[in-house]
Design a protein around this ligand. Structure first.
Ligand SMILES: Cc1cc2nc3c(=O)[nH]c(=O)nc-3n(C[C@H](O)[C@H](O)[C@H](O)COP(=O)(O)OP(=O)(O)OC[C@H]3O[C@@H](n4cnc5c(N)ncnc54)[C@H](O)[C@@H]3O)c2cc1C
Length: 392
């Protein structure tokens, strides 16, 4: 996996970094370093040739030719099979052909990596989870493990959106910078290394906080959360994401039915602990302060969201409660540990069972204080080492 510097960004992104400094937030040239407080352009997962890289292009594609590897896609794992307490294989439905239930047997062990929502779903479908809940759905209990699906965490996020009076941000009506963006996008030389939220950093919501608990992500694009509205009204603008990175609230993933095709129930319980709501109120004020600094004067053409009518702390709280969004950083629903709520042990083996591990973001006991993809890759590498070590 390659982590490289971006080599394309819009003028407003550079102005944002200057504005952060004017607001007292230091520039930090290594936001992935030990001290990650401060602001700068973000680094991205791309190859030095400018191709976007991800877990499968970096780890799976290079070894697809191996004789001891078979990849089955378009398949839905229904449940893990057990002999007593030992995992011996799984059942799955091929989704493209006949949807007839198929079985795979495991000689050594089963490794579950279905992610934070689906790993606890598959465990529960297989009879591993809160015994009483499983019995109510008619699922035979293989092992009563109350922590499965609990401890769900995520980073809540809100955006501040402004118009860009300099008209230098990305827009569907072809301004000079949009044309430059498109010509760089299609050019191979030099390679185009870019992410829409290219500038930002980490700040403390309050000086009393020990380590940064807020992430700022700036994008010189007038977009709405999840990229919605990217291609709507052709007006120039920019957004600042304010995201809380140290949530104390804990949610849950549980089964609605015993049917593996039914999505599970997801209860994120955002803001159960008022702590992160208070921090986000402070975060919106910090964001507004940055966007009103002299460096942003040539760009800031007025705040659209939350908008000038939202002034007091009460109004900002209300705005956050209405408009908060996920940034899809879920973690923690099969947590590693040795306490009563732990699902896997420090070797990622499911407590109370044999030959079954969970290796994905669900095993994080506490969500990381930044984006979680890179830490998940680290968990996978460490997990792979532990599997190999045991084989030896
Ligand atoms: C829209 C979006 C944007 C994101 N942006 C960022 C970002 O910018 N930076 C960042 O750090 N993180 C980001 N994340 C989070 C990051 O992608 C995840 O943290 C990471 O992928 C978690 O890895 P994982 O291996 O735990 O799970 P996943 O990557 O979700 O892998 C689980 C796999 O299991 C498969 N699966 C699930 N159930 C079954 C089943 N029953 N049968 C068969 N297969 C199954 C899924 O199809 C999937 O391929 C984003 C996530 C989303 C959804």
């Amino acid at each position: 996996m390659h982590v490289v510097d971006t080599n394309f960004s819009f003028p407003a992104s550079h102005a944002f970094i200057r504005a952060c400094q004017e607001a007292g937030i230091p520039r930090n040239r290594d936001l992935n370093g030990f001290n990650y407080e401060g602001c700068d352009l973000f680094q991205v997962n791309q190859t030095p040739e400018g191709r976007r890289c991800h877990a499968s292009s970096s780890f799976l594609n290079p070894v697809l030719h191996r004789d001891n590897l078979t990849v089955i896609t378009h398949a839905l794992v229904a449940r893990i099979l057990f002999q007593g307490k030992r995992a011996i294989g799984l059942e799955y439905y091929p989704l493209k052909k006949n949807k007839r239930l198929m079985t795979l047997s495991a000689k050594k062990e089963v490794i579950l990596s279905a992610g934070v929502i689906n790993s606890p779903q598959i465990l529960q479908l297989s009879g591993i989870g809160p015994g009483g809940d499983l019995e109510k759905l008619g699922i035979p209990v293989v092992h009563d493990l109350p922590g499965v699906g609990r401890n769900l965490q995520d980073h809540p996020d809100v955006i501040i959106r402004c118009l860009d009076k300099s008209k230098t941000s990305f827009c569907t009506s072809p301004g000079p910078h949009t044309l430059k963006f498109l010509s760089r996008y299609f050019s191979k030389n030099p390679p185009f290394i870019f992410t829409p939220t290219d500038a930002g950093g980490f700040v403390k919501s309050d000086p009393s906080v020990e380590i940064p608990d807020l992430q700022l992500q700036f994008a010189a694009i007038r977009m709405q959360p999840h990229g919605h509205g990217l291609l709507t009204p052709a007006r120039f603008g920019f957004v600042l994401h304010v995201c809380h990175m140290r949530p104390k609230s804990r949610g849950r993933v549980s089964l609605r039915t015993a049917d593996p095709f039914d999505p599970p129930r997801i209860e994120p319980h955002y803001f159960d602990d008022e702590f992160e709501l208070d921090a986000l109120v402070k975060g919106v004020k910090i964001g507004r302060d940055i966007l009103s600094q002299p460096a942003m004067k040539a760009f800031n053409g007025g705040e659209e969201v939350p908008g000038p009518a939202v002034k007091s702390d009460r109004e900002i709280r209300h705005f956050i409660l209405e408009k908060m969004e996920t940034v899809y950083h879920t973690a923690g629903s099969c947590k590693m540990g040795v306490d009563d709520e732990a699902v896997v042990d420090p070797e990622l083996r499911v407590h109370g069972l044999e030959s079954l591990r969970v290796i994905d973001a669900s095993i994080m006991p506490t969500i990381t204080g930044s984006n979680i993809h890179a830490p998940t890759v680290m968990i996978a590498e460490k997990g792979a080492d532990m599997v190999l070590e045991e084989m030896r």
